[in-house]
Design a protein around this ligand. Structure first.
Ligand SMILES: Nc1ncnc2c1ncn2[C@@H]1O[C@H](COP(=O)(O)OP(=O)(O)OP(=O)(O)O)[C@@H](O)[C@H]1O
Ligand SMILES: [Mg+2]
Length: 143
């Protein structure tokens, strides 16, 4: 599912940033965040960042219908140019949960944990390119 109608025209409160993306509250939905590329004049960096949003969506969608999807913040939409990603909002937590499945380690997904509205602990930054490859391998997808 790619519900691009959820991509807002304006951004809400700034929540945090990483190397590739700045993250904002969604202006109309307090259960969502918007991840926006930090646009760079350097073509390569811009490409890497665009890929990050696309990879996060691809990874989430790859788990459609599987129980393992519960470990990842839901991705609702990515813009066609990869600049915006709309994701379920998590309340950040500083420590990982006491237990999580081994395959999360094996898939080397980044350990950015947060709590969803329904009280489940999930990851909110899982796009790293190495993670992406291992993740798809782990689940028997191509790449
Ligand atoms: N789903 C979310 N809900 C709430 N806050 C979030 C969410 N996703 C990200 N954030 C906040 O925004 C920050 C940056 O997001 P994220 O880590 O995804 O960016 P990034 O550019 O991929 O980072 P990195 O360069 O480390 O890979 C996070 O550290 C977190 O504080
Ligand atoms: Mg990241």
């Amino acid at each position: 599912m790619n519900d691009t109608s959820l991509i807002p025209k304006t951004l809400g409160e700034f929540l945090g940033e990483g190397k590739k993306r700045a993250v904002y509250a969604h202006p109309e939905r307090d259960d969502l965040v918007v991840k926006k590329l930090k646009l760079s004049k350097k073509r390569h960096r811009k490409y890497v960042a665009q890929s990050a949003n696309r990879r996060e969506k691809e990874m989430f969608d790859a788990l459609d219908g599987r129980e393992e999807q519960k470990w990842f913040a839901r991705v609702y939409a990515v813009s066609h140019d990869g600049v915006y990603l709309v994701m379920e909002r998590l309340k950040p937590v500083s420590k990982p949960p006491e237990s999580y499945p081994d395959w999360l380690d094996e898939a080397e997904v980044a350990f950015h944990w947060g709590v969803s509205r329904d009280g489940n602990i999930k990851q909110c930054d899982y796009e790293g390119s190495g993670s992406h490859r291992k993740f798809l391998n782990h689940f028997g997808f191509k790449k």
